[in-house]
Design a protein around this ligand. Structure first.
Ligand SMILES: [Zn+2]
Length: 215
């Protein structure tokens, strides 16, 4: 997972579309989960949520795929010739533990101040909006369900775009936030009932006007 996260971080600085291939299925499963407590995974998720140009793909191991075989050889060499690295020791989950240490967890922590089994009662639409896992070109493109991650208006079609900038969804806009207040923006959008209703309406609009948002 650490190697995959390092690759994601490196790709985030590339300022271009990057496809990352790996045979590590368990890491992909962890990245897809919204309930992980690992700081490493949360930070990788945060990068992926904010950068639709990074795409992940799984390849079967040990069937002779050249790039995958080379990666295996390099990984084995690194165990003998590489620079020693230290891994953070996982902590047992407890209240507030390991939960507000990355941007992504800070966002979650600001919305859910205590870890509890209490349901958030978010609608399906709000969950899609918060996770980015919905009918957004930025999400669909990763799974080849959309030809591009651009909205019909010409900008990257992610949840923030539709909630604040897209001229096609003007009726559902929230006030745009400056980057330093983005956590507060998400907190308001997901914790105030009227904002959540507005978000529900936005996601419903996107679902019923899919052709309109496609570029
Ligand atoms: Zn748009």
């Amino acid at each position: 997972m650490l190697a995959l996260k390092a690759t994601i971080e490196c790709s985030n600085n590339a300022n271009e579309e990057v496809n990352i291939w790996s045979d590590n299925e368990s890491s992909f499963q962890a990245l897809k989960s919204f309930h992980v407590k690992s700081k490493i995974i949360q930070e990788a998720q945060m990068i992926l949520l904010g950068n639709a140009r990074i795409r992940l793909g799984w390849v079967k191991a040990q069937i002779g795929i050249k790039g995958n075989e080379i990666a295996d050889i390099l990984a084995k060499e690194a165990t003998t010739d590489g620079i020693p690295a230290s891994l953070p020791i996982p902590k047992l989950p407890s209240r507030r533990t390991n939960y507000c240490s990355s941007s992504f967890s800070l966002l979650l922590y600001s919305i859910i101040p205590k870890i509890s089994n209490k349901q958030l009662h978010w609608s399906r639409e709000c969950t899609q909006f918060a996770t980015g896992h919905g009918l957004f070109p930025s999400y669909l493109k990763r799974f080849c369900l959309h030809s591009t991650d651009y909205c019909g208006c010409g900008e990257i079609g992610n949840p923030l775009h539709y909630a604040t900038r897209c001229p096609l969804t003007l009726s559902y806009h929230h006030k745009e936030s400056s980057p330093q207040f983005i956590v507060n923006w998400w907190k308001s959008a997901l914790s105030i009932k009227l904002s959540r209703q507005n978000t529900d309406n936005l996601i419903t609009f996107l679902a019923t006007n899919e052709d309109l948002i496609k570029s």
